[in-house]
Design a protein around this ligand. Structure first.
Ligand code: COA
Length: 180
């Protein structure tokens, strides 16, 4: 594998990103996740979804999206971003690419002074970045969760954490009960 760059994705990466998710996820969820990734890449929101890819000499190996979530209590206030989906092509897994994508996204959101990042995934993986279920307790998810233990948050600005309940809405692409 040649030198790897983590860069912002463009719509020209659409087919490659779709392929990564179709290859990485199990048969029972791959179509749903690939569709989600396509919607997050191509649909506008304000602020925009951050899409990052791992690119080695023009070949894409991984993708992650971070989309904004808004407070339903305070109109239009951005509470944070939600990390979903994340995938690395099977042949590229176990080489740190997933971690590079997550850390690059967290770094960009930190620079933008985003307070919190949410994720719904395996705590054994996301725990290494500092995501914790306890941190997500103040963010009631918008739909009932099939795996409540996977609901986690990471506070990027720990000094300004608001522990009161903060209900939120997400982009249309994630506004589907079957994804939760
Ligand atoms: C999860 C995924 C993105 C990790 O990408 P990666 O580039 O292999 O990750 P890294 O190289 O940064 O980290 C590899 C480590 O994560 C662990 N890991 C990978 N998937 C994991 C999971 N679902 N749960 C717990 N640990 C996991 C590996 O065992 C490895 O552990 P080690 O560091 O102790 O050896 C990749 O395995 C993937 O695309 N999986 C299928 C899709 C998926 O499950 N996406 C995330 C949904 S929560």
């Amino acid at each position: 594998m040649e030198e790897m760059t983590i860069r912002v994705a463009t719509v020209a990466d659409q087919a490659a990103i779709c392929r990564i998710h179709l290859q990485a996820f199990e048969a029972d969820e791959r179509d749903q996740v690939a569709s989600l990734a396509m919607r997050l890449l191509t649909r506008e929101s304000q602020p925009r979804t951050l899409n990052l890819v791992a690119d080695s000499a023009g070949e894409l190996w991984g993708h992650v999206a971070f989309s904004p979530v808004w407070s339903t209590a305070v109109d239009q206030m951005v509470l944070g971003y939600i990390l979903a989906p994340l995938a690395v092509s099977p042949a590229g897994q176990g080489k740190g690419l997933g971690s590079q994508l997550v850390r690059a996204g967290l770094q960009q959101l930190t620079v933008q002074a985003i307070p919190s990042v949410l994720v719904y995934g395996d705590p054994r993986y996301y725990g290494r970045f500092g995501f914790a279920a306890q941190s997500a307790e103040s963010f009631p998810p918008p739909f009932p969760l099939k795996f409540p233990e996977g609901w986690q948050a990471l506070h990027l600005c720990p000094d300004s954490v608001d522990h009161s309940a903060q209900p939120f809405s997400c982009v249309d692409a994630l506004n589907r009960p079957e994804l939760w």
